[in-house]
Design a protein around this ligand. Structure first.
Ligand code: UDX
Ligand code: ADP
Length: 473
């Protein structure tokens, strides 16, 4: 049973109306009608989309959640200063991408957005404020936020908390409604623990108390990186085994099933794939690597770096196998790419393996026909823009059959449910022959595809070639 949350109304502000801020605040507003929640962003277009729709991000169940409380106790605005002034709790949910320049480029997190928020809060806040790090940050970022806020502490006093998000895209609403745990890190001082209690009481509005964990600030920050590193490591482990399966005739799905039945290991996150993507895994591991190097732990850094290296290998391997199947050249060949998002049920393409695979194919001067049910053509074009003047070409298609028409090969890169029920006969009929099918997500019915005459390739699964003439064997 959940303990009751705070009875008094709390004014909450969240800076950053993205994949994290939007859904998280919608859940708080929906579960706690007594609190007033204002989400602010510098991006007017994004705020307009939250207010008028279609929502800027796709998440199953999000539209209903937002519609239920927007205008009641959930507001979206670009009036950052006013929202900061009015709030008792201020969440920081801005983006913290991997640094692309300067010291730590390619590994360290770029904290410029977070820092500029902290400066803004310091400049305009008055009274007592609880500032909550929601964005994933390197360990000890809270110290930097505190230092910036302290420089302005004349008119306001601040407590900084760490409250990492553990939601996965595509299941964000369900994850937020029934989280495995909520983690709140604070300074181990009376005022720090009091601030943590205020935040815990907000979550207690719908989360059972025994799932709300409190730790010191640094444990909370590091737990987030550690959890993502462990999850990503499982995927790289099973992907490493997938390469061995292809070499030996073992089947990675059978192995995942057998290994996952060991209760100590468990069955989740053992799906071999073309590689993991998303805004968190790679970024967080690289962050961890950077941290280890900083603290003089090169062996530990190398250990985690390998999880990312294996993921890069898995993506490259996929494109390489595809080119090999096309007799060593993809130049001017139409290749249908089914799925561009980094996983199903999201329109997010950050670090999606599809970008790496498409890049490698564009370098080979392939003609890509790309279909994704949720990712916009503009997004796909922007993501692939750096490789468009190398002689390759892309076309964004409105359905999988249009993409596959006249294609030499089809590559499934995202596990969208609709690809499980693809009309394979129709796909095959429209393709040039031999028709090559690469399943990067193990969602295709291989037996049915084999009967139709496809030349099949999957991740970690032994797929016999069809006999000449397309017969089964
Ligand atoms: C992840 C964490 O799960 C979440 O707790 C954290 O807060 C943010 O990072 P997310 O990036 O949204 O969430 O997606 P997740 O479901 O973890 O998948 C990440 C990537 O791994 C996807 O590309 C997915 O397709 C891939 N994956 C996942 C596999 O390849 N195999 C699996 O078995 C599971
Ligand atoms: P995440 O997945 O971490 O939520 P997003 O990129 O989806 O990342 O969202 C982060 C949001 O933060 C963006 O909409 C961006 O415009 C916003 N943002 C970044 N810096 C600031 C700032 N200083 N003030 C307000 N909003 C900001």
């Amino acid at each position: 049973m959940s303990a009751p949350g705070l009875n008094r109304a709390v004014n909450i502000c969240c800076i950053g109306a993205g994949y994290v801020g939007g859904p998280t605040m919608a859940m708080i507003a929906s579960q706690c009608p007594q609190h007033r929640v204002t989400v602010v962003d510098v991006d007017q277009g994004r705020i307009d989309a939250w207010n008028r729709g279609p929502l800027p991000i796709f998440e199953p169940g999000l539209e209903e959640l937002v519609a239920g409380c927007r205008g009641r106790n959930l507001f979206f605005t670009t009036q950052v200063d006013a929202a900061i002034r009015a709030a008792e709790i201020i969440f920081l949910a801005v983006n913290t991408p991997t640094k692309s320049f300067g010291v730590g480029a390619g590994r360290a997190a770029d904290l410029q957005y977070l820092e500029s928020c902290a400066r803004r809060i310091g400049a305009v806040a008055e009274g007592r404020k609880i500032v909550v790090e929601k964005s994933t940050v390197p360990v000890r970022t809270a110290a930097a936020v505190q230092a910036i806020l302290a420089a302005h502490a004349g008119r306001a006093s601040f407590e900084v908390l760490s409250n990492p998000e553990f939601l996965a895209e595509g299941s964000a609403v369900a994850d937020l409604r029934q989280p495995d745990r909520v983690l709140i890190g604070s300074e181990r001082t009376a005022s720090g623990e009091a601030a943590a209690e205020v935040l815990a009481s907000v979550y207690a509005g719908w989360v059972p108390r025994d799932r709300i964990l409190t730790t010191n600030l640094w444990s909370s920050e590091l737990s987030k990186l550690a959890a993502n590193a462990f999850l990503a490591q499982r995927i790289s482990s099973i992907n490493a085994i997938s390469a061995l399966c292809e070499a030996t005739g073992a089947d990675v799905q059978e192995i995942a099933h057998a290994v996952g039945r060991d209760a100590r290991i468990g069955s989740r996150f053992l799906q071999a794939s073309v590689g993991f993507g998303g805004s968190c895994f790679q970024k967080d591991i690289l962050n961890l690597v950077y941290l280890c190097q900083h603290f003089g732990l090169p062996e530990v850094a190398a250990y985690w770096q390998q999880v990312v290296a294996l993921n890069d290998y898995q993506k490259q391997r996929f494109a390489r196998r595809l080119v090999e199947a096309l007799f060593g050249t993809a130049a001017n060949k139409r290749i249908a790419v089914l799925g561009f998002a980094f996983k199903k049920d999201t329109n997010d393409t950050r670090e999606t393996p599809a970008i790496a695979v498409c890049r490698d194919l564009l370098v080979e001067r392939a003609q890509l026909a790309i279909y994704d049910p949720r990712v916009s053509a503009g997004r796909i074009e922007a993501d692939l823009a750096p490789w468009l003047d190398l002689g390759g070409h892309i076309e964004v298609c409105k359905d999988p059959y249009a993409a596959a028409a006249q294609a030499h090969a089809v590559a499934v890169l995202t596990e969208w449910d609709e690809f499980r029920s693809l009309d394979l006969e129709r796909v095959y009929a429209g393709m040039l022959k031999p028709a090559v099918l690469f399943d990067g997500r193990n969602v295709i019915d291989l037996a049915a595809a084999r009967r139709l005459g496809f030349q099949l390739h999957a991740i970690g699964r032994a797929v016999p070639e069809p006999r000449l003439g397309g017969a089964t064997r």
